[in-house]
Each structure stands twice: as C-alpha cells, then as structure tokens.
Design a protein around this ligand. Structure first.
Ligand code: PHE
Length: 448
C-alpha cells in the first residue's frame, strides 16, 4: 500500500525533529533521578554501554525499516514483509506510544504550572517558597494538573495537525536551538554556584556495588526510552527521510546529542541538589522540589526558574509531538481519514488513559497495579517491558528475517556509500543485541 507522503524538507529539519524526539523529560527529569537512585556514575557507565551496543544498532535498524517500508510503524512492516505477522510489532509500538503519551503529558503539564509560578519566586507569599509542600499539594489537586495536561495535549495536537513539514519540522527548527541555548545558560549558572561542581565529582565516583539485574533493566529500559526506540517513532520519522540522506550519520548524531544532553542535565540537576545540600535520590520529585529550593536561594532565582521550566516544557513538547505522530500517521493511513481527524481522535484517546494517570497521585491513588499507582505502572510496563520487547523484535526482524543485503543497501543508499563497519554492525544486530535484551529483560522481570 505505497502512497505519496510527506518528507522532511531539509537535513537540519531531520536532525532537529529526530533529536527533538529523543531529548525530552527522559533526559532532564528521569535520567538524573535514576542516577541518584541507582548508584550514580556506575549507572551512567552501564547506561552508556547499552547506548552503544543496544541503542545505536536499534536506532539504525528502525530508521532503515521506516525508510525502506516508507509508511507508518505498522504498514512499514507490511510493505517489507507482506503476508506475515510482523505488522504486530508495529501495532505494539503504536500502543506503547499511546501509553507513553498518556503519562508523559502528566509531567509535561506540571512544567507549565511551575513556569507560571516561577514569576512569584522571591516575592512574599510565593507558593514555591516551600517547594516540597507545594509539589505534594499540587499533584494531588483534582483539577489543575488535569487542565495543564489538556493544554499540553492541545499544543501538541496544534503542531501535529499541520503535518510533517509545516508542523513538526517547522516547530523543531525553532524549538531545538532554543533548547540548546537554555541548557547551556542554566548549566553555566549552576556550575558556578558555590558547591555547584559537586555534581561533577559525584559523577566521577562510581559505586559498582549498586549494579544488579534490576539496575541493568532500568538502564536498558531508559536507554530505549531516552532514544525513543522500540515503539515506532524512528520507523515513522525514518519514513519521512529522503533517499539521499545518510541514515547512519543521522543515527550517530542523534545518539551522541542525546547522551551529551543527559550528562549536561545530570550536571545541572545534581549540581543544584548538592549546592543546596540535598541527596539526589528523591526520585520523580527531584526536579520539582530540589530545583525550586535552589532557585529560592539564588539571586535572579525567578528568572532562572522560568528558564528551567521552559527548558523542560520545550523538551517535553518535541517528544510528545513524535509520540502523537506515531499514532496519527498510523490512524490516518490505516483508516484513510484526514490528518485533522486522526489528530483529534488520537489526542482525545490519549486523554482517556492520561487523565486517570494524572489523577493517580490524588483521587485515584488507591488504584494499584503491581503495587504501583497508574502513572508508575504505565511508566514501568512501557519503559521496562514494551520498549525492550519492541526493540528485540525489531532486531530479530532486521538481523534474522531480512537479508543482510537489503539492510546494507538501505544504509549505504544502494551501495553508493562505503560502510566498512557493516559486518560488525550486522554481527551485533544478529547476536549481541537480541541476546543481551533477552537476558536483561527476563532477569529484570523476575527480579522486579
Ligand atoms: N525520548 C523521550 C525522552 O527522553 C521520550 C520518548 C519516548 C519520546 C519514546 C518518544 C518516544 O523524554
């Protein structure tokens, strides 16, 4: 079912859209608290190892499937392997995108509340003068977090509705340079605080005694989450990449940028935590409590707080755009409906799961699955199970079911580029990546 479809119009547009997807709350909100909880830089080392042996090959495999299959996450499999059941992998991806979108917009919404409240920092009676009380009250509130979530979904929808070039690409080209500027300014500010460099020292002292099967599962799950892998984002975006682009370079740039961004975020957040004398193991509340504490006691705190939560909101937005696009591209092509209708349905649908997940910190706190509230449950099953499983099936598809010639042709633009690394890549994709994912997945699940 091949059909003419949009492509990104410039290389800069491709890079910004793909990095926009990978850089997100995962880097700034999740990564630093995972580091804080799982042994600091020991986690970082395991994580970087997974990025190289799992992340990079899977990213390349997904981009190749998308460009080869030239369709959404489901139909790309169908186009490459008609009359097989591999479409199911794409469908699993669309479902995972839907689930992640639902809880991701909860936190994305919180960032908007914090942006607004940043203005009050330093003034009498500022709600943020006691960040911990504020956070605990706010997330329990039955109305405000939901309204912010609705707004965030609406903004995401308002961009995706315009399509690949006029919506996603245009927004990414503006938002990503801004994001880079913001992180550089904020890092410079925090690292020059008294004790701001302690975060850096913390990262230089790995504690390997904290590494076990569960830590590895979290590091692997996070590698896939942070690189937006295992759920069809790269397949969908790959299908919008022109035939003359070098997908190996794109994958390399994107993986490197994501990792650098995570390390910068860790320096920023851990630096802020240490400067204020708190331990970085607070979990998900880390950036919403620790950081405002630091801003409260910093000259110009209101301004830096605004910049920080703007950074979080923008990072989240370029990621929600890609999550929504996976669902919209599928719905549009599968049911032959307009992009407008597909976007509306996908946005509303994501709220059906998303609102209960937002409320799971307050009114729906008692609803527990696997001992977790809905938000944590969706997070754990998607990051630690669905994404690794999706990635595993993708590498089996590419490494074992496709001929290596097809993959090589796609990566080398029909043999016009040299790829001396190809035999090594193919070996890793065939033997190392699937084996490693399988071992970690099984041992991690058993130890959960
Ligand atoms: N990679 C994004 C982040 O780090 C999250 C994401 C996951 C986006 C999966 C798209 C798909 O925040």
């Amino acid at each position: 079912m091949k059909q003419p479809r949009e492509t990104f119009s410039t290389r800069f547009g491709i890079i910004t859209a793909v990095t926009g997807s990978v850089i997100g709350l995962g880097n700034i909100w999740k990564f630093p608290y995972l580091l804080g909880q799982h042994g600091g830089s020991a986690f970082l080392i395991v994580y970087i190892l997974f990025i190289v042996v799992l992340g990079l090959p899977v990213m390349l495999a997904e981009l190749a499937i998308g460009r080869m299959g030239h369709s959404n996450a489901v139909h790309s499999f169908h186009n490459i392997a008609p009359d097989t059941r591999w479409k199911v992998v794409g469908a699993l991806g669309v479902l995972a995108a839907f689930i992640i979108l639902s809880f991701y917009t909860t936190v994305a919404g919180w960032t908007l509340e914090y942006m607004v409240n940043s203005f009050t920092i330093g003034s009498d009676g500022s709600p943020l003068s006691d960040p911990s009380a504020f956070f605990n009250e706010f997330i329990k509130n039955p109305v405000r977090p939901v309204l912010w979530q609705l707004l965030f979904v609406a903004i995401t929808g308002a961009i995706v509705i315009w399509g690949v070039k006029r919506g996603i690409e245009k927004a990414s080209k503006v938002l990503m340079p801004l994001l880079l500027l913001l992180i550089v300014v904020l890092c410079a500010r925090v690292l020059t605080l008294p004790k701001g460099l302690e975060g850096l020292f913390f990262l230089c002292k790995p504690d390997f005694s904290k590494i076990n099967a569960v830590t590895c599962l979290y590091a692997m799950g996070h590698a896939f989450f942070s690189l937006s892998l295992g759920l069809g984002v790269m397949i969908t975006y790959g299908s919008y990449i022109g035939k003359s682009e070098r997908i190996n370079r794109i994958a390399g740039h994107v993986v490197l940028s994501d990792t650098i961004f995570s390390v910068l975020s860790a320096l920023l957040i851990l630096g802020a935590a240490f400067a204020f004398g708190v331990q970085p193991d607070a979990g998900p509340s880390l950036v919403f409590v620790t950081l405002p504490n630091t801003f409260n006691s910093m000259p110009g705190g209101a301004f830096f707080s605004l910049l920080f939560f703007l950074l979080l909101a923008i990072a989240a937005l370029t990621s929600t755009i890609s999550l929504l696009e996976v669902v919209v591209a599928y719905a549009q092509e599968r049911f032959r409906i307009t992009r407008r209708n597909a976007t509306l349905v996908a946005c509303l649908g994501s709220l059906v799961l998303g609102i209960p997940s937002t409320l799971s910190f307050g009114g729906l706190k008692g609803v527990r699955l696997l001992g977790r509230n809905l938000f944590e449950f969706f997070d754990v099953i998607s990051s630690n199970i669905m994404l690794p499983l999706g990635a595993l099936l993708v590498v089996i598809f590419v490494g074992w079911l496709q001929s290596s010639k097809n993959l090589k042709a796609e990566i080398t633009n029909s043999y016009t580029l040299k790829a001396r690394y190809f035999p090594a890549l193919h070996f890793v994709l065939r033997y190392i990546t699937p084996g490693l994912i399988l071992i970690i997945l099984i041992s991690g699940i058993l130890a959960l």
